[in-house]
Each structure stands twice: as structure tokens, then as C-alpha cells.
Design a protein. Sequence first.
Length: 183
Amino acid sequence: MQDNPEPTSVDATPTNDPAAEELSNDSIDDAPSNDPVAEALSQAVGAQGRDVFADVYGSHMTDYPPGRVALCVTDLARGQQLAAAAKQADPGIDLSRLDLYHCSYAERTLAAALDKINTADDQGQLLGFPLYSSWLPPDASGVVVNTTGQGTASQALRDRLAALTGGIPVTVVNDTSAIPIPL
């Protein structure tokens, strides 16, 4: 096993490349399973990212591409430190499989924005538009809210969401496949 102490830095956000979404050939009941070496690396960087490095940790994706881990951080130098701390905590991980990506927001910042949206809604609605779900995209670029077509077209809803998040980008999606969020 190659052990490179320097993860690869990438000056772009991960994209939804179909080739990168293919998992390893291992499967359980015909469902793909994660590469165990990448999974161990993912667990180690996630633990550090959600603890000591929460100020820069955006997200991470396992097997992106297969056998690798994409780590999104707001500061690439601190991302290198996060990787080193993960290696110190778990010396068996393979940092040569880690790719660092720059992202705009830390997960905890986005989670706080998401909480503001979720606590502002009234019985699963905001300004009369149903909120079916809200979530954080894997590239830590903002917040996503699922609503109706009328909600996606509403500038008032977009303005209210922007006010709630303090300007963090909110992508409003016409997706009514979920049940509205009751609080």
C-alpha cells in the first residue's frame, strides 16, 4: 500500500460526474459497497472534520472517484492539517487516496442556516409554500430546499430563504416527492 502524506489538492468543487459515481466492483445483494481502504480514510477525516477542524470542514465523499475520498474544506492549508491529524489518529489510513477540494462554507455554518430554515417554517410551510425537505449538497456550496413549482417561481420565498440564511446560497428545487416537514 502506498502511503503519501500529502493529499492531492484540487482547486475546484467536486462535480456530479457519472464516471466518478461508479463504486468498486464489490457488492452486497447487487448493491455496490465502498472500498474498505477508502472507507477507513473517510471515517478518519470525518471524525477530525467534525471535531477539531469543524471551522474548515465542509463535507467528504467516499469512493469519489472509486477508491478515493473527496474532502471539501474552506481552507486547503488547514485541510492538509486535518489530513495529518487524521493520519496521527489512525496511522493505518492511506492519505494518497485523499483529494482536497475548496468549498465556500463549513458544514457547521450550513447546518446552522438549515436549522434557521427548518425552525422558520410553519407546519411544513414558509410564506404559504410547502417545504418538502431541506438538505446540504455534498459540495458544501449552500442549502437546497424542495418545494412546489409555485415555490420555485416565488421571488418572495427566495428572498425569505436568503434572509434566513444570512446570504448563504439556497437552491430551490421543484420536488414534491417527499412529505412536508412538520415541526
